[in-house]
Design a protein around this ligand. Structure first.
Ligand SMILES: Nc1nc2c(c(=O)[nH]1)N[C@H]1C(S)=C(S)[C@@H](COP(=O)(O)OP(=O)(O)OC[C@H]3O[C@@H](n4cnc5c(=O)[nH]c(N)nc54)[C@H](O)[C@@H]3O)O[C@H]1N2
Ligand SMILES: Nc1nc2c(c(=O)[nH]1)N[C@H]1C(S)=C(S)[C@@H](COP(=O)(O)OP(=O)(O)OC[C@H]3O[C@@H](n4cnc5c(=O)[nH]c(N)nc54)[C@H](O)[C@@H]3O)O[C@H]1N2
Ligand code: SF4
Ligand SMILES: [Mo]
Length: 849
């Protein structure tokens, strides 16, 4: 019986009794309830990998009757200690999002553009792949395979090898790209050109006495959120936390010292800290060395004779002092950075006193700007001065995770592929003004955001574009360029689970699994002085007609291509891939999925005469049950004693590699390194071109017209650009300091607001030299006057009915990338988003949102 209000009143016989309804129910006047004790839900935890961010946590998903219902960190994990971050918990809602693409779709509207309905119609996988294979084979038959472009976003390790690494190579196109240059690649230039480590770092947090979060907010974003949150209490008790961020981030709120730096001036602050460490004698003598007679000759403004100092593990410290640090007193930096000189001195001393058990945790805020390479170098160089590199409580190389190699495809590369596959890539890497010298190699870095520019200038070049796990019109600075470029591509295939902005331009949509819950593969990560390989495996039943792009779709596509006269891909897959356990070869997409996952993870679980480094796992079934493999702990002082992978074997304050790269690039264009630096918009001349140093911030927009510096930051609930369609994300959005649920706010200092006549909740237009967005305003002291901050993540006009206010029509809030300028740190090829490189202007708008 339905217990309506009327029936309830009849049952109790008296309206007055309603005030004590529980008593009434207890007296048995209503439904009888059995006194069942609470008990755990029935189901099982299945290991997987989260991929809500680049931490790629090993997790477990609770399967109840075939449904994925809850998430926790993998209980065996030495990286997250059995916890996931708040975004991990969003996973079931993302998996069961009713707006997911549920079967393959074919476009029937030839017109493409923002807000235009593609008029997709559902088709079968068979039909969809037929169409894709036809278009691809046409290119091979016409002898122009280079007109196939493949762009990958996130991936499992299998995709890296099977799609990105294989498809275009065998096909004969040099145009395979990743989105890494939209991420945080400039960071790698810091450790790269000082200690030869072109990578994100790991940190010995548990043993640290002082941690400096610099341009990053690892309680909310960055790469180790569960680890950092779990260690917060201990860190606060034992040591000192310092945050350098122009915005009151979570890290700033938790820290003892917050340095609210003027955006883009981090290099000046790093110089001043180095200046204090050296003049106060606080450098780490073990790592760096000392003056021959023990007397400290670092005196402000005075050069030092290099002969008087004997360096141990470093090279060029005295040159750095003489050329740069000697003049950077805290007073000078305080002016440049709009900070307090006393605070700079205090912070530098605290760091020096904790050395070498100190971490300078450098993040994108420092360096994702047009001169970021040198800021990354000068901030990271502090780890060298403090001796924290490879040290207890310091910064570390990531431990290598165990993963298996795929068989070589070399003998499958045919004549056409050989002739066309090595051509020039269309992202402009290696051009005079784009050295993109990642890993100390010219033209080795991808210049993701420049692909759109090429496509706009050469609208007929790309004929077939395939992309997976991407949303560049939303995620890339000045993303409107991508909308225009994509509208001109005659045939575009998107392999994704959600109808994002980019998907709106697709001719064929191949709905992919949501890999964290439904996919299969080996995913690797590192953190907390360990590395891991976590197994992605189905944690629930698939309820829609979706397939995993990395392995299932590649196989099925290979079959189709073979039928249409190009059998190479299928030959490679079906001949060379062998199950490491059973010796079987794949005959269909499911077997291919399993075998490629087993190959990629085999070193974690396959028994040989040697013990497995790290966790001991007993075969494939044991690996499936545990869901992951942990490596052994990182070793200390790994590269001390001349073993750094730099030309000198030392930690270099004068970079041999960067000098080589610049000279080689100059030679290629018959010019000088100074001219190259100039063309790339750096200020450095001469030896400074290969040294850590301060460069003044380069900003877009005239100060008069655009008086505010824009600060972009991540939301703690962003699963990169992929969670805005989740009601949980929207409901809890207020957990970003200063933000509001279901909304998008521009945070502005009350002093500025007053001057502009703006009040809390007002609607404003935020304009930059490239665009305008409209949002609400929040008055907030967490940003200084002259700067405004806004979280990245809202402003979707597609993706789903929650992400957009009105799907395809009205965005919810504004997308920061509509106002950020398309510019690069050209030595790395990376796109900019931080450092206040885009100036904006704020205008009150009378409209209602
Ligand atoms: N203004 C500003 N811009 C930024 C950032 C910022 O902080 N501020 N951050 C930057 C950074 S660090 C990065 S790394 C980039 C990321 O940018 P992108 O690499 O473009 O990533 P997302 O926007 O997260 O990708 C969303 C796409 O992934 C698809 N997708 C989701 N789950 C799956 C899956 O399981 N399988 C497949 N095949 N597809 C899936 C969705 O359908 C959607 O098409 O954004 C950058 N852009
Ligand atoms: N919650 C969440 N976590 C994530 C992701 C996510 O989407 N959401 N994505 C993952 C990915 S792909 C990446 S690349 C990482 C990166 O994540 P983070 O390391 O957090 O990097 P950003 O998001 O770029 O944040 C930039 C930070 O620098 C500050 N900042 C801006 N300008 C300046 C400046 O001039 N100087 C200084 N000192 N600080 C400045 C901003 O206020 C912000 O705190 O996060 C990963 N983790
Ligand atoms: S979102 Fe990132 S940090 Fe959070 S659980 Fe997932 S992978 Fe780990
Ligand atoms: Mo990223």
């Amino acid at each position: 019986m339905k217990l309506t209000r009327r029936v309830f009143i009849q049952l109790t016989g008296s309206a007055a009794l309603m005030v004590s309804a529980p008593t009434v129910l207890a007296q048995g006047l209503s439904v009888k309830r059995l006194p069942l004790p609470c008990r755990p839900a029935e189901g099982k935890w299945i290991g997987s990998a989260c991929q809500g961010c680049t931490q790629y946590c090993a997790i477990e998903v609770f399967n109840q009757n075939g449904r994925a219902t809850r998430v926790r960190g993998n209980q065996n994990s030495k990286g997250n200690h059995g916890f996931c971050c708040p975004r991990g918990h969003l996973l079931p809602q993302e998996n069961y999002d009713p707006d997911r693409i549920k079967q393959p779709l074919k476009r029937t509207n030839p017109q493409k553009g923002r807000g235009i309905d593609p008029k997709w119609i559902p088709i079968s996988w068979d039909e969809a792949l037929d169409i894709v294979a036809d278009k691809m084979v046409e290119l091979r038959n016409a002898g122009e395979p280079e007109r196939l472009l493949y762009l990958k976003g996130r991936y499992g390790n299998t995709s890296h090898a099977l799609l990105y690494g294989t498809l275009t190579k065998l096909f004969g196109s040099p145009n395979n790209f990743s989105t890494s240059a939209l991420c945080a690649e400039t960071e790698k230039m810091g450790p790269g050109y000082t200690q030869g480590l072109f990578s994100y770092r790991d940190y010995d947090l548990g043993n640290s006495k002082c941690v400096v979060f610099w341009g990053t907010d690892p309680f909310a974003s960055n790469r180790q959120v569960p680890n950092v949150i779990s260690k917060l209490g201990e860190l606060q008790k034992k040591g000192i936390l310092i945050t350098v961020d122009p915005r009151l981030s979570t890290a700033a709120a938790k820290s003892k010292e917050w340095l609210p730096i003027l955006p883009g001036t981090d290099g000046a602050l790093a110089n001043a800290i180095a200046h204090v460490l050296l003049t106060e004698g606080l450098w780490n003598k073990d790592f760096v060395g000392d003056f021959a007679d023990g007397k400290n000759l670092f005196v402000p403004g005075k050069t030092v004779d290099p002969q008087t100092f004997k360096e141990n593990n470093t090279l060029g410290l005295i040159t750095y002092w003489n050329e740069e640090a000697k003049d950077w007193t805290p007073e000078r930096a305080a002016k440049e950075c709009r900070l307090d000189a006393e605070q700079i001195r205090r912070v530098a001393k605290a760091m020096g006193q904790a050395a070498p058990n100190v971490i300078v945790w450098m993040g994108p805020g420092v360096c994702m700007n047009p001169r970021g390479t040198y800021t990354a170098m000068v901030v990271h160089a502090l780890n060298g001065i403090l001796g924290s590199v490879d040290n207890v409580g310091g910064t570390h190389d990531p431990v290598k995770s165990l993963s298996g190699k795929y068989p070589s495809m070399d003998k499958y590369i045919d004549e056409l592929a050989k002739a066309h596959g090595k051509g020039k890539k269309i992202d402009g890497r290696g051009d005079l003004d784009m050295p993109a010298a990642m890993k100390a190699k010219l033209g080795s870095g991808v210049v993701t955001n420049n692909i759109a520019n090429y496509m706009l200038e050469n609208p007929d070049f790309v004929k077939v574009m395939i992309s997976s796990w991407t949303n560049t019109p939303f995620a890339a600075a000045d993303g409107k360029r991508w909308e225009k470029a994509l509208a001109k591509v005659p045939f575009f295939v998107h392999m994704v689970p959600f109808p994002s902005e980019m998907t709106q331009f697709a001719d064929i949509v191949l709905p992919s699994t949501f890999n964290a819950a439904e996919g299969m593969g080996a995913v690797t990560g590192f953190g907390s002085m360990h590395a891991w390989t976590s197994l992605q495996q189905p944690t629930c039943d698939r309820i829609w007609d979706v397939k995993q792009e990395e392995n299932e779709v590649t196989w099925l596509l290979a079959e189709k291509l073979a039928k249409k006269g190009w059998p190479t891909l299928l030959n490679y897959y079906s001949t060379e891939f062998v199950d490491p356990e059973t010796g079987a070869r794949p005959t269909n997409e499911k077997e291919f999925q399993l075998i490629t996952t087993k190959i990629a993870s085999a070193p974690c679980w396959i028994r040989t005469s040697k013990p497995i480094p790290g966790d001991q796992i007993n075969g494939w079934e044991d690996f499936r049950k545990r869901g992951m493999h942990n490596s052994a702990h990182q070793v200390y002082k790994k590269h001390w004693g001349g073993k750094f992978p730099t030309p000198s074997g030392k930690f270099e304050f004068v970079s041999g590699d960067l000098k080589k790269v610049l000279e080689a690039h100059a030679a290629k264009y018959n010019t000088t390194p100074d001219k190259i630096l100039d063309a790339c918009h750096y200020q450095a001349k001469g030896i400074k071109g290969w040294m850590p140093h301060y460069e003044e911030p380069l900003r877009h927009g005239e100060e008069k017209q655009y008086p505010f510096l824009f600060i972009d930051h991540k939301s703690r609930l962003n699963r990169e650009g992929r969670s805005a369609n989740l009601p949980w994300m929207q409901e809890f959005k207020k957990c970003d300091a200063g933000d509001r649920s279901w909304g998008d706010v521009l945070k502005i200092n009350p002093i500025d607001a007053k001057a502009l006549g703006i009040q809390d909740n007002d609607i404003v237009e935020i304009s930059s030299p490239v665009g305008t967005i409209v949002t609400e305003v929040k008055l907030w002291e967490g940003v200084g006057p002259g700067t405004v901050a806004k979280a990245y993540g809202q402003g979707h006009w597609a993706y789903g009915q929650i992400a957009a206010k009105e799907y395809r029509k009205t965005p919810r809030g504004g997308n920061n990338n509509e106002i950020l300028v398309d510019d690069y740190d050209r030595l790395s090829g990376t796109s900019c988003r931080n450092g206040g490189f885009t100036r904006v202007n704020i205008k009150k708008n009378s409209q209602k949102l």
